[in-house]
Ligand binder design. Structure first.
Ligand code: PGA
Length: 243
């Protein structure tokens, strides 16, 4: 069975005083039956590292070190206390021009540093309306997921771009279709493709989490806005435990 994961992506939110939220969350959900991962801004990783939840980065450079002003390597994230890093989030793809090849290089860097890569894929609204969603998913899986990927070092997050931060959620049938497709593709390519944790992401909240987690091949969520407050993220984690 794939491991269940509730992952929170704080994006560019969070100052030192946000650690109280994380402390509360960690206390409530320590030793639950699912993995809980928070990806705070990199400035807070080392301050969070002692808490009983997993901590991750939101992006990394492909190289281990070098003349790359402002960038952080996977090794640095690991050194600060991270055990995972998000790669290929749609905001990185759109705002920083990251290609599938860039995402594959960053994911390979994660493996090199001993981090799990949370590789994000998903279609835009135009692509969904043009009926090309599964083609886009195929291209992103083929181009962004390295051959070295395993069910241990990689998690795939399906995040329709039009559902991120918008309050719009695909229908249960749409989520089920894409997740089944991803599972089939992974199973065809990797010996342990049936074991990869597949996350759904995009406007997940306490009120819709249970029905999303009931979908076959949904093994957790990547949560943005609703991961910032313990009271919002907690019901999502509980729904995953009960799924
Ligand atoms: P959201 O973001 O939950 O705020 O829609 C999800 C994400 O970007 O990972």
């Amino acid at each position: 069975m794939p491991r269940k994961l509730a992952a929170g992506n704080w994006k560019m939110n969070g100052l030192a005083n946000s650690l109280d939220e994380l402390r509360m969350l960690a206390e409530r959900h320590a030793n639950v039956g699912v993995d809980v991962l928070i990806c705070p801004p990199a400035t807070l990783i080392s301050a969070c590292a002692h808490l009983p939840v997993r901590i991750g980065g939101q992006d990394c450079h492909a190289h281990a070190s070098g003349a790359n002003t402002g960038d952080l390597s996977a090794e640095m994230l690991k050194d600060a206390g991270a055990s995972a890093v998000i790669t290929g989030h749609s905001e990185r793809r759109a705002d920083h021009g990251e290609t599938n090849a860039d995402v594959a290089a960053k994911s390979t860097a994660a493996y090199r540093a001993g981090l799990q890569a949370i590789i994000c894929i998903g279609e835009t609204l135009d692509q969904r309306e043009a009926g090309t969603t599964l083609d886009i998913i195929d291209g992103q899986l083929a181009g962004s997921v390295p051959d070295m990927a395993t069910a241990t070092n990689t998690v795939i997050a399906y995040e329709p771009v039009w559902a991120i931060g918008t309050g719009k959620v695909p229908t249960i049938a749409q989520i089920a279709d894409v997740h089944a497709h991803i599972r089939t593709r992974l199973a065809a390519r990797f010996d342990d493709g049936g074991e990869f944790t597949l996350l759904y992401g995009g406007s997940v909240k306490g009120s819709n989490a249970a029905e999303i987690f009931a979908v076959q091949n949904v093994n957790g969520a990547l949560v943005g806005g609703a991961s910032l407050k313990a009271d919002d993220f907690s019901p999502i984690i509980t729904a995953l435990e009960n799924a």
